[in-house]
Each structure stands twice: as C-alpha cells, then as structure tokens.
Ligand binder design. Structure first.
Ligand SMILES: Nc1ncnc2c1ncn2[C@@H]1O[C@H](COP(=O)(O)OP(=O)(O)OP(=O)(O)O)[C@@H](O)[C@H]1O
Ligand SMILES: [Mg+2]
Length: 415
C-alpha cells in the first residue's frame, strides 16, 4: 500500500498512526493485514491510500476512524490515544450505504443521530448539507428515484452534515461512471479548497490508481493555483473508459457472515421482532454499510425484511430464533436451497460428480465472468459460509475443495 500526499506545507497533525499493526486470527494461521503503519494526516492535506484489492486499505481507514482496534500500535487524535469511534471523522462509502426506506433528508439526518441535537437543529443542518452538495429540491425523494451520482451526493451530505474535521472516503467514486465521478470529485474539491466546508483534511482510499491519481494531480494544481487558471486548461481530462455491461445470471449475495446473521435474528427477536433501523445500527454498533448487507441477507433467506424504516423478523425468523441448533440448521438449509442459486449450483455439481467433490477453481472462474475477481471470491465465500452452516457441504480451506456432507452422500438425492 502507498500513500500520496497532495500538499506541501507542514501543518498541525490531526490524526496519526504509530506502528499500527492489525492481524486477524484465521483458522490455521494469523493473517497480517496491516504491518507497522506509521502515517500522519495534517490540516490542509489530502492523502490517498493506494493499493491492490485486499491490501488493507479499508482496514486502515476503519482503524483510523476508530471502528477497528489495532492489534499493536496506536492511533492518535491531536496527540491523544483514540479509544472507540472517532467523532471527528465521517466516512463516505463506495456502496453509498443509503437506507432505501428513508428519504434523502432522513438519510442525511442519520449522520447526526449520535449528536443528540434538537430535532429542528438536525433538520436545519441536514437541509444545509443537502443544499451544499447540490441536492436542493430532492429532500423528499427516495434513493431509488436518484441516479448513482445523486445517491453518492446523499452519502457526502450525510458525512458533511456532522462537519467532520477529517473526511474519509473509501472508494467513493468507483461505483459511478467516469464522467459522473469526475463531476462529483471536482465539485467536492472545489467545496474543500474554497473552504465552503469546515473539513480540514481528506483521507481517500482507492485501488483505481489511474483516474484517482490524475484527480490528485488536479487537486495539487488546484491547491497551488486555486484562484488562477482552471485546471481543465492545464491538464487533459481523464480519458473515459468503456465499461461493458454484462447481464448476470447470478443474484448478488450480500457479504453477510453467518455469525452476524444469526446474531441479528437473535437481537431482533429479543426486542420483540421489530426495531427502528437507526436504533438497531446504534445498538449493534454497526456502520450503515455493515448493517445493510445483513438486512439484505435476512431478506434473501426469508427470515426478515425492512419495513417503513424498521427491521422486522418474519414468522420464519421468529421460529429460527426460538429453534435449537439442529432445527435452526434445518430451517437455514431449506431456505438456502430454495433461495440461493449459487448454493444450488454447488449442490448440483457435487451430486453429479462421482467423488461428490470438486475444486473451487473452475466455479470461481465462472463467477469471474460476471463479477470482478475479488467480488467473485466474496460471492463464493458467502455461499461457502452459508452452505457450510446449513451442513449441505464441507470445504477444505487448504485445497479449496468442496465436498458433500456424509449424510447427504448416503441418502443420495434427498431433494
Ligand atoms: N474482520 C475481518 N476478519 C478477517 N479478515 C479480515 C477482516 N477484515 C478484513 N480482513 C482481511 O484483511 C485483508 C484486507 O482487507 P481490506 O478490506 O482492508 O482490503 P482493501 O485493501 O480495502 O481491499 P479492497 O480494495 O478489495 O476493498 C483481506 O485479506 C481481508 O480478507
Ligand atoms: Mg476496501
């Protein structure tokens, strides 16, 4: 991973990582994700984290935001050790992470929930942020009515409404088409360099080095000549890239781990089977982009859904919560076989082969025709996680081999 820094003059350090190291305990080994990172974010700086997929960019960003605890080392905010979420930081996510059931205004107001402001103040500040980011007139629209670029504007408004000292962005433009991304990026940089937002520093994650790098070069020019020539006159515009649109024969599985799904069902059951989404996010200490995939997972599995701003359990979800482990697995098995196409495909393939097993490589390649490489991996990982829990098949991490569970093998086609 590398950092590129778009400023020249040394200023006050807002945020620092000192020897930050993070590892996750895998089943057989310890996975080192961040290795002794030391970094400073100073007032006036725009710092970009660059690196290939899986290199730990998001983990570092979350660590600096106080959402992930380092295994070793320290994060300092104005020289003080950070314990818990950093209130000076707001994050914009690639996935937008908007609640489809809430209006633009309500989504933006969510950014202020932690602040316990009077309702009228919350509204006033949200409206100002919406206006600032160019969404005036869309306060009452729902996300589905908005284009991708407008959705991400809502994401920015929700971050800026808290007037964060540091704005963090985790690949905020990569889900947008090139021109929309460029437009939004330029406007954001304008707001920043013209000091229309009080944000003092920006930390941006990207793995899309080329366009993001050229954006940084632009930013550097802007910072140096902010009142002089327009950047467009100096630099050629980033070259638009043709992105082929592929119809996917696969549904897109949310990245929802079994432990989190069952935990969420348990929690919702405890509170009576229904809870206001923002309250739920707060109770579970989840960021919006972490909670949404879980709700989507429950929805796919018929265990829960989102209704009018609440997360609710279905009747089956309540049954699942009350069930013992074996019943739980039986319900889950029936649901994934019924609703998850990738798991059905794996099962068909396992039953067709004599050995009742196969290596994942070919399936992974197939998925890569429709998903990016890391996304294909995540889709398969999710299917494996769910299928294992359902005791439909087993998986060997080392060999990447999938095979039928014993019982299934003996009873042959039990479907
Ligand atoms: N909670 C977790 N438990 C275990 N491993 C994790 C966890 N979070 C991240 N990892 C692993 O840490 C590594 C770095 O992940 P991270 O998401 O930070 O990478 P990234 O650089 O942001 O990748 P991308 O460009 O795909 O977003 C990956 O190998 C990932 O599988
Ligand atoms: Mg990432």
């Amino acid at each position: 991973m590398q950092t590129i820094n778009a400023t020249a003059v040394a200023q006050e350090v807002i945020l620092a990582a000192r020897g930050v190291t993070k590892f996750y305990e895998g089943k057989t080994e310890r996975v080192l994700v961040l290795d002794n990172i030391t970094l400073e974010l100073r007032a006036g700086e725009l710092v970009a984290l660059l690196g290939p997929s899986g290199s730990g960019k998001s983990t570092l960003l979350r660590t600096l935001a106080g959402l992930v605890r380092p295994s070793l080392g320290q994060v300092l905010v104005h020289g003080q050790p950070l314990e818990g979420p950093n209130p000076q930081v707001a994050i914009v996510f690639q996935s937008f992470a908007l609640y489809p059931w809430l209006t633009v205004l309500q989504n933006v107001e969510l950014g202020l929930l932690a602040k316990e402001l009077p309702r009228a103040d919350r509204r006033r500040r949200a409206l100002a942020a919406i206006d600032l980011i160019g969404l005036d007139g869309f306060e009452d629209a729902y996300p589905r009515e908005l284009s991708g670029g407008m959705k991400q504007r809502v994401g920015f408004a929700r971050a800026l409404v808290v007037e964060p000292e540091a704005l963090f962005m985790d690949e905020p433009f990569s889900a947008l088409d090139v021109l929309t991304a460029q437009n939004l990026r330029e406007q954001l940089l304008d707001l920043w360099t013209e000091r229309e937002m009080p944000t003092r520093a920006i930390l941006m994650v990207t793995h899309n080095i080329e366009p993001e790098y050229s954006a940084l070069v632009e930013a550097i020019y802007r910072l140096m000549n902010s009142t002089q020539a327009r950047v467009e006159d100096i630099l050629p515009l980033a070259r638009p890239v043709q992105v082929p649109v592929v119809e996917r024969p696969y549904q897109v599985l949310p990245h929802a781990a079994i432990g989190d799904l069952t935990g969420l069902v348990g929690h919702l059951d405890e509170v009576g089977g229904r809870q206001d989404l923002p309250v739920l996010a707060r109770d579970l200490q989840l960021e919006l982009d972490e909670l949404l995939p879980l709700i989507e997972g429950l929805d796919i599995l018929g265990l829960g859904a989102a209704q009018e701003g609440d997360a609710v359990l279905t009747e089956l979800g309540r049954e699942f919560a009350a069930a013992d482990v074996q019943e739980e697995k039986a319900i889950f098995r029936a649901q994934v076989m019924h609703h998850v196409q990738l798991i059905r495909q794996v099962m068909d393939q396992l039953r067709e082969t004599d050995s009742h097993s196969f290596k994942e490589d070919e399936l992974l390649e197939q998925l890569q025709q429709y998903f990016s490489e890391p996304e294909a991996r995540r889709q398969l990982d999710t299917a494996i996680d769910w299928g294992r829990f359902a005791e439909l098949f087993a998986y060997d991490d080392d060999s990447g081999e999938l095979y039928l569970e014993e019982e299934e093998e003996e009873s042959g086609d039990s479907e």
